[in-house]
Write a protein that binds this ligand. Structure first.
Ligand code: GDP
Length: 437
């Protein structure tokens, strides 16, 4: 890792300011070469001219210096804040590339170095990606908490507990029963079981953290002509609601990402259903149910003016839906309808429908307690392995097998944060360990 890397840290394209970051042993030399002056005091903004290889001034820049290890990456870091024009950034990149041992960074390389230098653990590194990608308040809050180390602290607490237990287990292998403190074997099992249950509870979170991060899938189902497409269009057409529009990668449908009450909700256009409208009713219903199956939130949209729906409505569809909305309130209705009334023609009731969806999203995603949420399948898988290993440990009769399964559990948890140095830590714990003496 002797190389010095640099990259544009701000977004590409025209901007008031562009930030170019340099990290590595040559960062100080970069400042000296480019400014033709000495390295400024750490963490102090200084205004300097930057010179290119030809000796001409590239731009005036605010220069910042962070000496290792007190920097983003743990290495020497220099930051150049220049005017955000393409020619300036290109000239600066050329000047940096010309310096010995200095090259453009690869994607994620700064964060990777921060992890390798112990500045961040893996969950915090993931949180940086999430912070940058956050589109809603809930996503931002969750990512920031993870960046602050909420998940690391939780997982580390389990690891420490298991390491202590493992130390006792190792001791019980080396010493005879008479030499061991009374009740130690039982205590050991209690401790392992307590961690197993804590992880189990953390896993049993209805995927809230993952859904906050990825967004909730909302599907609008209902009979043909109820106004499903009109509803999707109405929701997507509200400027305040739209975050971005992306074509689905796996299916050929437009997915609209909405920010509803601070939560990301992904609304898939019901193109599939529309195609089925002319076909037999049963096929439309079958497809609607399949869609509902895959969705996190289901809104059942019905035509309040159509008298035939009451008979037609399949029970399964009603059961799946979390919200029932009756459309076409501007037309006369044959009878009273239970649920929200809406007219997509006049727009009446639309705000209430949006508020109701937001409330359902909040209900589904808001965590009950204060505990941080698991945010990635990677964490889930590793924790599930840990729970399995601890389950086997509880069933093991031999202390050797108990210890071996604890080790496996520790390794699984350690993989989440990137700390897998079981042996090292065990040495530390074991050094101060004294049995009954
Ligand atoms: P979908 O088949 O469920 O997707 O329904 P569409 O959104 O295509 O709407 C079916 C028909 O109902 C269209 O002709 C719409 O113009 C009409 N429609 C939708 N919403 C309303 C409404 O609130 N009032 C009235 N009168 N007509 C509506």
């Amino acid at each position: 890792m002797g190389e010095t890397i640099f990259a544009l840290a701000s977004a590409a394209g025209r901007a008031g300011v562009a930030v170019v970051r340099v990290s590595g042993p040559g960062a100080g030399d970069c400042i000296k070469h480019l400014t033709k002056k000495g390295i400024p005091a750490a963490r102090r903004a200084v205004l300097r001219a930057l010179y290119g290889a030809d000796g001409a001034v590239i731009d005036q820049a605010v220069v910042l210096w962070f000496a290792a290890p007190h920097s983003l990456t743990g290495e020497d870091v220099a930051e150049f804040q220049v005017h955000g024009g393409r020619a300036i950034i290109e000239a600066l990149a050329a000047a940096l590339s010309a310096l010995p041992g200095c090259r453009p960074a690869e994607g994620g390389e700064f964060t990777r170095r921060a992890v390798l230098n112990g500045k961040l653990d893996l969950t915090q590194a993931e949180a940086i990606a999430d912070l940058v990608a956050a589109e809603t308040e809930a996503q931002r809050r969750q990512a920031l908490r993870q960046y602050d180390g909420a998940l690391s602290t939780l997982y580390e607490s389990w690891r420490t507990e298991l390491l202590k237990t493992l130390a006792w287990a190792e001791a019980s292998i080396d010493f005879s029963d008479e030499e061991l403190p009374e009740g130690m074997l039982a205590d050991m099992r209690h401790a392992a079981e307590a961690v197993r249950q804590a992880i189990g509870a953390h896993l049993n979170d209805a995927r809230r953290g993952e859904l906050v991060r990825e967004g909730l899938f909302l599907t609008v189902i209902g009979p043909p002509n109820a106004g499903k497409s009109s509803l999707v269009n109405a929701l997507a057409g509200r400027d305040v609601a739209i975050v971005s529009e992306t074509a689905g990668t796996t299916r050929d449908v437009i997915e609209v990402r909405l920010d509803l009450g601070g939560y990301a909700v992904i609304l898939a256009d019901t193109a599939g259903l529309r195609a089925a409208a002319e076909a037999v009713e049963a096929e439309g219903v079958r497809r609607a149910l399949a869609r509902a199956e895959a969705a996190d939130l289901v809104l059942l949209l019905l035509d309040g003016s159509d008298a035939s729906f009451a008979d037609f409505l399949p029970k399964d569809m009603v059961k799946k839906s979390l919200l029932t909305v009756w459309n076409k309130a501007d037309l006369p209705w044959p009878s009273r309808r239970d649920g929200l009334a809406l007219s997509l023609k006049t727009g009446e009731g639309l705000e209430a429908v949006i508020a109701a969806i937001a409330a359902k999203a909040k209900e589904r995603l808001e965590s009950a307690g204060d505990a941080p949420m698991l945010t990635r399948p990677r964490h889930r898988q590793a924790l599930a392995e840990a729970v399995d290993a601890l389950g086997r440990a509880m069933a093991a009769q031999e202390p050797e097998l108990f210890a071996e399964d604890l080790r496996l559990a520790l390794r699984s948890i350690g993989r989440i944060t990137g700390r897998v140095d079981v042996e090292d830590l065990l040495d530390v714990i074991f050094r101060d360990f004294c049995i009954g003496k």
